[in-house]
Ligand binder design. Structure first.
Ligand SMILES: [Zn+2]
Length: 135
C-alpha cells in the first residue's frame, strides 16, 4: 500500500484537517506526492511570478492557515501525463464523497467551474484540489 514520505507528510500537515484525512485515504489507493499545502506571502509571490498560481496573495486557497488547498502529483511524477492527473482527481472526488461527513465542495484545478468537464480553463492546475469558498 502506498504511503506518504516525510516531506509529503510535512506539507499535508499545513492543511485543513478534512484535507489531511482525505489525502491519507487517497494515498492508500493511488501513490501520490504532496507538493504544497499552505503558502505564505513570499511563496505565493513566487508561485504567481513563475506561473504556478493564477492569483496573488492572499487570494489563493493555499494562503489560509490551515491551507484550504493541496497541490499533489501522481508518483512517480510526470507533469506531462494529463490523463493520470485526471484519473487521480476522480479518485479524490470519489473518496471525498464517501467520507463521513462527505466533503461536497471540493474544486480541482482542471475544473474551476465545477461542471465536471476538465477543459476550457484559462488557467489549468491539474494537481490542485481545494475546499471551495463556503467550506
Ligand atoms: Zn494549488
Amino acid at each position: 500500500m502506498p504511503k506518504f514520505g516525510k516531506r509529503s507528510r510535512e506539507r499535508l500537515a499545513t492543511c485543513d484537517p478534512r484535507l489531511q484525512e482525505l489525502f491519507e485515504k487517497v494515498v492508500e489507493l493511488v501513490d501520490i506526492s504532496i507538493i504544497c499545502g499552505e503558502r505564505n506571502k513570499s511563496a505565493q509571490d513566487e508561485a504567481f511570478a513563475t506561473g504556478h498560481s493564477g492569483v496573488q496573495f492572499p487570494n489563493s486557497r493555499h494562503n489560509k492557515a490551515p491551507s484550504m488547498a493541496v497541490d499533489w502529483a501522481p508518483y512517480p511524477i510526470d507533469w506531462e501525463d494529463r490523463d493520470r492527473f485526471l484519473y487521480v482527481s476522480g479518485i479524490i472526488y470519489g473518496v471525498a464523497s464517501a467520507m463521513e461527513p462527505p466533503i461536497t465542495n471540493l474544486r480541482n484545478g482542471a475544473d474551476w467551474r465545477r461542471d465536471g468537464r476538465a477543459h476550457g480553463n484559462k488557467f489549468e492546475d491539474l494537481g490542485h484540489t481545494e475546499i471551495h469558498r463556503g467550506g
